[in-house]
Design a binder for this molecule. Sequence first.
Ligand code: F0G
Length: 460
Amino acid sequence: MSQYQLPPYKIKMVEPIKLISKSQRINKLKEAGYNPFRLKSEDVFIDLLTDSGTGAMSHFQWAALMQGDEAYAGSRSFYRLENVVKDITGYKYVIPAHQGRGAEQVVLPALIKREGMSVISNIHFDTTRAHVEIAGGRAIDCACEECFDLDNYHPFKGNFDLDKLKTIIQEKGKENIAAIIMTITNNSAGGQPVSLENMRAVNHIARENNIPIVIDGARYAENSFYIKQREAGYENKSIKAIALETFALADIFLMSAKKDGLVNIGGLIAIKDDLELFQQARVRVIPMEGFPTYGGLTGRDMDALAIGLEEALDEDYLKYRIDEVKYLGDLLREGGVPIQYPTGGHAVFVDCGRIAPQIPFDEFPAQAVCNELYIEGGIRGVEIGSLLLGRDPDTKENLKADKEFLRLTIPRRTYTFEHLKYVAECLIKVNNRGKKLKGLKFTYESPILRHFTAEFEPCE
Ligand code: F0G
């Protein structure tokens, strides 16, 4: 245990959780149509569905709720938040949003000026892709090759493929590229970090072609920590200095503050210096999120966020956070469970294509493993594979994902190493009977975003 960082906090408040019996779990899953999204959280023992808005606030944050200034316009809470965001990013303009996708719906349509313009990202997060497409744009992913090689170590599997980036710009024409989005860490690649060297090269390419750069920075503090740990020349820099250097390479910062903001709800838009874009965003935010000094948040939410943003830059906190995920990954690897290695910042991505190779992609092997893990231990993960990917909009055929992942996402400051050890023990058991698992077929499938509401029955 000593090889991992000890928790840099003690526990002041607890929320009881309960493991219902195995026969109850079997029934609950059946009632939920074999889709863990449809389970009640009270029937879940350890909830690893997401790290988004599920973490614990500190006592400083809880205390700050009392100083929330609930004014519609120009609250003290807003100015406290604005100061912190300006300080961390070095950007001039700040607008709050209710969460990450709120920030996306305000800014992305302002960048996508014409139907058919492309947006390039290392990998777009689902809602980011959706907002690009709703705004008439085309979302193109441009991840480096190492990202798809699960077994071999690479320090920055979240990086862009720079040659591919140049080729896409050349093929589409630079005037047809609305933005480049640097997703840090790269959630869909397993929370893998992006190096400053890679971001600098992206910045160079973007500047040459006059393309704005957006940072999708839900987990920018975790990314900065990886840079300190793994990139030559940054060992002795503070996380804040690394974050500032990162933000200097972009023009716009969109954040789901439910991750590295250490709050249960919140989002941010920050703009470096483009006054016209700020004015457009300010106009758009009003009908969508709220007046530009609250953007859908209460004063107390903004106060909690102002403090959470600072706390997330603490190195002991970050070391423990990253080590928690690594600890679970190490135990799984030792137990023979195939995962994306090394583990990333917020989750362990388990390769279920290898756990249950007998299940065809359109019977959703990762969903089958996810369900079996719930039955085994009351643990809820999430499928990131062919179920999530959906169908081809033209042919209506099921699309085949590159990898059939089960994501075990670790909420911040929430579970202990004992919980994670238990998760590993349960998944190792499921892995050992993986070849006996059966796939799933739909009894209900919605036309879009099917994974949230789908219902299934097990295949014979
Ligand atoms: N960008 C990234 C990289 C994200 O991971 C998320 C959310 C968003 C944007 C959207 O933010 O949820 O606040 O509207 N990710 C969560 C997840 C939902 O489980 O990975 P949001």
